[in-house]
Design a protein around this ligand. Sequence first.
Ligand code: ADP
Ligand code: MG
Length: 750
Amino acid sequence: MNENKDKIFEKQQLDLLDKLQFIKGIGPKRAEAFIKEGIKSSKDLLLYFPRAYIDRSGSNSIRYAANILARLNSIDSETNISDFNFSPEITIIGKVIAANEHIFAQKRKMLKLIINDGSGVSASIIFWNKINIFKSLYKTGMILAISGKPLQDKFNSITYTHPEIDIIDEDDANVYKQGGILPKYRISEFMASSHITLKTLRTIMQNVIKSDLRLITESLPNHILEKYQLPNIQETIKNLHFPLNQNILQLSRYRIKFEEIFYFLLKVELSRQKIKLNEIAVSINSKSTLARKLYDKLPFELTSDQKKFLRDVADDIKNGQAMNRLLQGDVGSGKTIVAFLSMLMFVEEGYQCAFMAPTEVLAEQHYKNFLKYAEDLEIKVVQLVGGQKKLLRNNILDEIRSGQAKIIVGTHALFQSDIEYNKLALVVIDEQHRFGVEQRADLIKLSKMSYENRQLSPHVLVMSATPIPRTLTMTAYGDLDVSIIKTMPKNRKAILTRVVFDSQRQEVYEFVRNEIKKGHQIFIVYPLVEKSEKIELKAAIEHYEHLSKEIFTDLRCGLIHGQMFWYEKEEAMQAFLNREFDILVSTTVIEVGIDIPNATVMIIEDAERFGLSQLHQLRGRVGRGSEQSYCFLITKDKFKYKIKSMNDEDERTSAIVRLKTMQETSDGFKIAEVDLKLRGPGDILGTKQSGMPEFKYLDLINDADIISNAKIAVQEILKDDPKLQKAYNSLIKEQLYVKYGISQSYIQIA
Ligand code: ADP
Ligand code: MG
């Protein structure tokens, strides 16, 4: 106890607001500037880590920078795609050898510094504003570290405009010469106006490390530090500010990220345990004769991933805790059949199941499938969607209320408050990424009320065809158990994908004719090219008319575009499904999940404009039947040789990477990994439903290893000490409180 009190006292000391100004080099005025930036204590200051470092390995010679740019420019001039107007951030270090002022028309002035680093190519820095300030700041003979996105002229020399500049003075130059690493901090305007420069901040940091670092207490227990060979917190902080070399820096970074994700995952795991214990649900014996009967009747063998999923579900539902499971599997991996088999386990015991789809067409399709599955099982499947005739709807509502209807398929119409369920025990949500978290909560609330005993929660199964890399699943869906169907059914033929170029268009059209002769159907998708809806509509209709009136005059073409009402789109989809068209031209992304088994060709125009996961989803619209299917990604002729000559270094030239990835793999998870690298996590999960945690240090893209290791650490600790009662875990408990406000009693219940 005493020891604890001491620690708290120490912490209070650290958090003292007015402490900051007494640190050597700060004083009241600078303290104020720090406070405006949220740096209120010496602890905050110690945790104000550099946002970058200057060291030899991190900077480039001007010659090297010029070479990088030359290569990118050659791609640029070929493509004209905005993706390629990408200029990387490049840091160079060099001496100012000349400073010239130029005066243009209307007395517009420009300051130009010429920088030389002895590599044989020179760089220049251009300033258009505040010229006088910069002229007095940067003088001939100074050594500067320059970071920014330079451009290159036709003579190869590179130019920075208003880049970020650090003066490397003699001391720094010495550190630098010895191969040392200089920290770079973000200097806000407030800080700058209180004369906190990079140089002064470095000195201040050295001072605060000297005076206050010892007050920082360890936040990971010894047994973890030892097991994972992590440096202690004081070393870590010191080395993040002033690392002696890259190894030490990497190790320190590792530790700070590990700690961040470790406590996050621990929190998630504890809350998951807690939900499990608190959400009481009906317990189900999974030995279902109904499921067995259907299982034996299936014309195919389930894949091992499908079977594993069924075992996972059986485990989840047998002990009276609510299931919260996410089933991930690529389009066509066979999620629906296993969801249906799961529902039968509940029906067997007299319970109801609700199955929710994102669109009416999809609901309809599932309904029809379910009727087929249920044929000999003598169970009632009903469909509840918007726009049903009153009489019919009332009838269905009666069947739901009485409990006669066992499986209810629908859209969001399943939420409406006039629906009274009768022992609703399982809710399946298909294509989860289209439902918000709130909707999910609504449905749970609705089904809770279906019990006399309101304490019971339904079991929830969420299905998603958007493959998400494992690290993202762990962080964004940590509260769900996850099953993955990784292998596709054996009989599935991989969709043959080819990138084709404008000039090969005729061959593609010939191919289309042949497929249609065989009785197959074709999708042609155009990207949403213009921001303006009017222009988009016009472009869509033009494409459509061109195809139907000039190319495929003898064939039947249908059109879907973004300006149609949802029911018009659904009608068009339905017509296509009924084979009223041979070709469906679409400008909008065709609804997820819809099965048109007869469609064998997907043509994507201007394919370089689509995102990777979008391309993958689109391709998944074909290959749903037993016939060989094809996907053609049409793009500009200019890309032709680029795709052949591309190597890994060009990874950031993303349009090419996307096309190449599509051509090479059909593995949704592999595609998702590439996508994550190209776009970052926020875009992949979408902001609305993501609930993505923001990490201060961790980078979800590049720190997959750290996440996996921390996850293992969390699992091992909870296995050894589920309620964190052992003495050697007391620090963990304390930190859970400090970081997340998680109290002792919370953990006790969990
Ligand atoms: P999704 O995961 O996209 O929802 P579906 O459940 O619609 O995929 O399955 C696509 C098709 O594959 C369906 O026609 C289904 O009957 C079939 N299928 C499912 N599992 C298997 C399997 N193990 N072997 C062969 N075909 C299967
Ligand atoms: Mg599906």
